[in-house]
Structures are given as structure tokens and as C-alpha cells.
Design a binder for this molecule. Structure first.
Ligand code: BTN
Length: 223
């Protein structure tokens, strides 16, 4: 594992997109502050300096990145497992890759790349942020808010990176991902709408697609 640290950068995902050629598999790029952090659906990801974990990691191993849906949900479930490991309860995963705690969003993931060459997985995990000012689509929370104490971001960072790398390289990664997701399925049983389809979520398929009634949805965002 290689870690590249920036005090400030525009976006760690952007850094990987521009440099993937010269970086090795499982390079973690982490920033104390992002001046132009990106969220899904062209939104921005705004986070104060030094309070949260903002990182992206590069997957260049073809076997892994060809199954990008497993990687995307897999990253969310690994963050979820890690949060449980440090004592947070009521962790849920919202398809395709948000991590929720007590109905609030604690972590968002942005997957970008080129399906032939590499995948960059960007993770924004709220750690020590105590107040969230401004408008949010979903109410945010942080580890500090859930555990009621400050966390040492530095040590959390290394533990989480090691946890992710270890589990992604393990044989049962896909089946463990599916199992954890099914036990922590935020959308299960909820009535949702996506691309002109409205119905009740029945879970996800073995290929990590969303099942709404009998319809299979392979990408998109549930609001
Ligand atoms: C979402 O919309 O939920 C995804 C948010 C992803 C944010 C992270 S922060 C580190 C990485 N760099 C970025 O510019 N975005 C991702």
C-alpha cells in the first residue's frame, strides 16, 4: 500500500484520474482539505479542513475493477463494517454506495475511471465534524456525533486503509459484501422512485443491482 498525502488539493479523485498511469495498485491519496471536492451526480462535496477523512484509492488490478459494482458496494460495506468495529450502531448501506447511521449520511463514495484501465474510488467519511451548516439533501452525521467523542483522524486513516486493502484482496470479498449489504439494507421494503419506476425495494441481486418489485435497476440514485 502506498499513501500520498496533501494538505490541500482540488480533489483526490481528480489526482488519481490524472496520474493513474504512474501510480501503483492500492495507492491511497488523502487530503486534509479539498478546494473542489466532487460528489455524485455533479454535486460538490464540501468538508472543512482537517476534520474528516477525504481520500481516494486506485484499483489497477483488472480482476478487481472489472466488477466495478462489487467494488462500489464493497467499499461502502467495508466502511460500514469498520464503523461497527469502532462501536457505531445502526449502520446501514443505501444502494448504490452511501453509508448511513441512524437515518443520517455518514459517508459518500464516488467511483470514477476507465473500465479498461483503472477505477478511482473516492471516499468522504465524516469523522470529527460537529456541526453541519447549510443545506443538505440528506441530514449528515459524523463519527464524533455518533460516538460522542473526538477521534484521532491519523490513526483511523491508517486502520481503515489497511482494512479496505486486506478485505478487497480476500477471496470471499463479493460474497461477504452481499451478506453484509443484505443485513444492513437501508432501502429494503421502502417505496422508492427511480428513472420513471416506482415500487417497493425487494433487495439487491447477486450482481449488486437494485430490485424494485420485479424490475432490475443497474445504476442511478434513489432520493
Ligand atoms: C457522494 O456524493 O455521496 C460522494 C461523495 C464522495 C466524496 C469524496 S471525498 C474524497 C474524494 N474526492 C472527491 O472529490 N470526492 C471523493
Amino acid at each position: 500500500m502506498k499513501i500520498i498525502h496533501f494538505e490541500e488539493i482540488s480533489s483526490t479523485n481528480k489526482y488519481i484520474k490524472e496520474n493513474y498511469d504512474s501510480l501503483e495498485n492500492f495507492t491511497f491519496v488523502v487530503a486534509d482539505y479539498q478546494s473542489d471536492g466532487k460528489g455524485r451526480e455533479n454535486r460538490s462535496w464540501i468538508s472543512p479542513s482537517n476534520e474528516n477523512l477525504l481520500f481516494s484509492f486506485l484499483i489497477k488490478d483488472k480482476k478487481l475493477f472489472q466488477d466495478y459494482k462489487a467494488l462500489s458496494i464493497g467499499t461502502a460495506t467495508l466502511v460500514g463494517r469498520f464503523l461497527e468495529f469502532i462501536g457505531i450502531e445502526n449502520v446501514m448501506i443505501k444502494w448504490p454506495n452511501d453509508v448511513y447511521v441512524n437515518d443520517k449520511k455518514i459517508c459518500g463514495i464516488l467511483l470514477e475511471g476507465n473500465i479498461e484501465k483503472y477505477i478511482a474510488l473516492g471516499v468522504g467519511l465524516n469523522v470529527n465534524q460537529a456541526t453541519f451548516k447549510g443545506e443538505y439533501r440528506v441530514t449528515p452525521t459524523s463519527i464524533r456525533k455518533e460516538l460522542g467523542k473526538d477521534i484521532d483522524v491519523e490513526s483511523l486513516k491508517v486502520l481503515l486503509f489497511e482494512f479496505i486493502m486486506k478485505h478487497m484482496n480476500q477471496k470471499g470479498f463479493k460474497s461477504h459484501t452481499l451478506k453484509f449489504y443484505q443485513k444492513h439494507d437501508y432501502l429494503l421494503g421502502k417505496t422508492v422512485s427511480i428513472s420513471n419506476i416506482t415500487g417497493k425495494v425487494q433487495g439487491i441481486t447477486e450482481n449488486f443491482d437494485l430490485l424494485i418489485d420485479d424490475k432490475i435497476i443497474s445504476s442511478g440514485e434513489i432520493n
